[in-house]
Design a protein around this ligand. Sequence first.
Ligand SMILES: [Ca+2]
Ligand SMILES: [Ca+2]
Ligand SMILES: [Ca+2]
Length: 133
Amino acid sequence: MKAGKIIITILWLNLFCYINLFAQQVGVNSIDATFQEMDINKDGFLTLDEMKAYQEKRFNELDKNKNGFIEAEELKNNKTQMLEKFDKNKDGRISREEAFEQLNKDINKMDTNKDGKVSKQEFEEYWPLTINF
Ligand SMILES: [Ca+2]
Ligand SMILES: [Ca+2]
Ligand SMILES: [Ca+2]
């Protein structure tokens, strides 16, 4: 096997580990199931409102002590990645504002054809990097 091929294989493996971590965190097994759950009006696209509603739901689930923040101990195995990504003011917890700010950024990145909504294909391509509370 050529070096390039090995590197690509390793990258893919990493990607799948990453997907797995998020799937474990949100308690779902597939990208498809998550997309279906997020797509409230079932038109095959995700809008900011739909994604916000989903994030809000996940946020409430994760915020076990209901103090309006997600703390490290409320996150499971991928807490360092989640915290690093979301915790902008570095106080060791994720606020709703921080979560929403990140969601906004993620949607802009996901929406590669810039039509203001996220298609299934765009979602799948971006999934490994996505918020997915
Ligand atoms: Ca929709
Ligand atoms: Ca909390
Ligand atoms: Ca914070």
